[in-house]
Design a protein around this ligand. Structure first.
Ligand code: FAD
Length: 279
């Protein structure tokens, strides 16, 4: 349980952090809350040669509302949970326990790219944009292009996520977050997040995201298409939710078989949509 040796720097500015990353070898890693990276290092599943700690870098924390919603990458899960950001806050509030929520960050969670984490699927359904800075300047990456495979993202090794933007904000949509785990502080066996825009009793738009149902977070497109333009009712939701696991290949693990996860996805999808639509 002791990590391999590594070098450590704690730069005071973003430019210095990017410089340190670029000058380190490909194994140099950013350190944010350390609640995914340090356990991997202790298990020797990761052995970075250099850790570049973002803790002293200013300007990476906090929630800004200025026409659009922007959340700094180093904002902790606890702050996100307490900021009244609808679906995003609800999901962040289910992460682990208070200790983890006060150290772990939204940027670290997305960069880690674990499909069992709560925030990646939320980034997908909110159609968030990840803003990064690297030696070649700033990039904006749509969440739909960000998650490539298990623990693999579109991030270059010398790029830092600086903020996450939610272009439409999260207003005007009903939301529901349903997470199934054995103990409250555990990762999701499966989780489903739903957003619904209801006009005159009809689903004007619907978005559904799935956690831990494949090697990346997923959108349940079949459910979304089945509900758009349909009248809002428990029956229409239940019918559409039957398609929640379509096209998924959830990994079996110690907690659940793939079939059980598909069952959970259907049940949680129905519940999340009912909540989002106020049924
Ligand atoms: C006991 C326990 C239970 C947990 N339960 C849950 C849970 O239920 N749900 C859940 O979603 N998560 C859970 N987590 C994970 C937790 O949310 C982590 O905090 C989070 O996944 C990673 O955030 P971090 O800030 O700690 O990142 P770190 O561990 O510091 O970094 C993770 C990865 O992201 C990279 N990185 C960090 N910040 C940036 C950045 N700004 N730009 C680019 N790359 C960056 C790092 O280099 C590293 O590769 C749990 C963790 C623990 C220890």
């Amino acid at each position: 349980m002791i990590p391999a040796e590594f070098d450590y720097v704690a730069p005071a500015s973003l430019d210095e952090a990017i410089q340190a990353l670029s000058q380190g070898d490909a194994d140099a890693k950013l350190l944010a809350g350390g609640h995914s990276l340090i356990p991997l290092m202790k298990l020797r599943l990761a052995a970075p040669s250099l850790l570049v700690d973002l803790r002293r870098v200013g300007g990476l924390t906090g929630v800004k509302r200025n026409g659009e919603l922007s959340v700094g990458a180093m904002t902790t899960h606890a702050e996100v949970a307490g900021s009244g950001l609808g679906l995003l806050s609800d999901a962040a509030g289910t992460i682990a326990d208070p200790q983890v929520r006060h150290r772990g960050t939204i940027g670290g969670s997305l960069a880690h790219g674990d499909p069992a984490s709560d925030l990646p699927a939320v980034a997908l359904v909110t159609e968030a944009t990840l803003v990064t800075r690297g030696p070649n300047g700033e990039r904006e990456i749509a969440a739909s292009d960000f998650f490539r495979d298990y623990l693999e993202t579109a991030l270059e090794h010398d790029e830092v996520i600086t903020e996450i933007r939610f272009a439409e904000g999260l207003d005007g949509w009903g939301h529901g977050y349903e997470k199934f785990n054995r103990r409250r502080e555990d990762w999701a066996m499966v989780a489903v997040c739903a957003l619904a825009r209801v006009q005159d009793g009809t689903f004007a738009d619907v978005r559904v995201g799935l956690t831990n149902m494949g090697s990346t977070p997923l959108r349940a497109r079949a459910v979304e298409e089945a509900l758009r333009g349909q009248s809002v009712s428990a029956e229409s939701i239940a019918r559409a939710a039957e398609q929640a696991a379509e096209g998924t290949s959830p990994p079996a693990d110690l907690n659940a078989s793939a079939d059980y996860k598909r069952h959970l996805a259907r049940v949680l999808c129905r519940r999340a949509l009912e909540r989002a639509a106020g049924v």
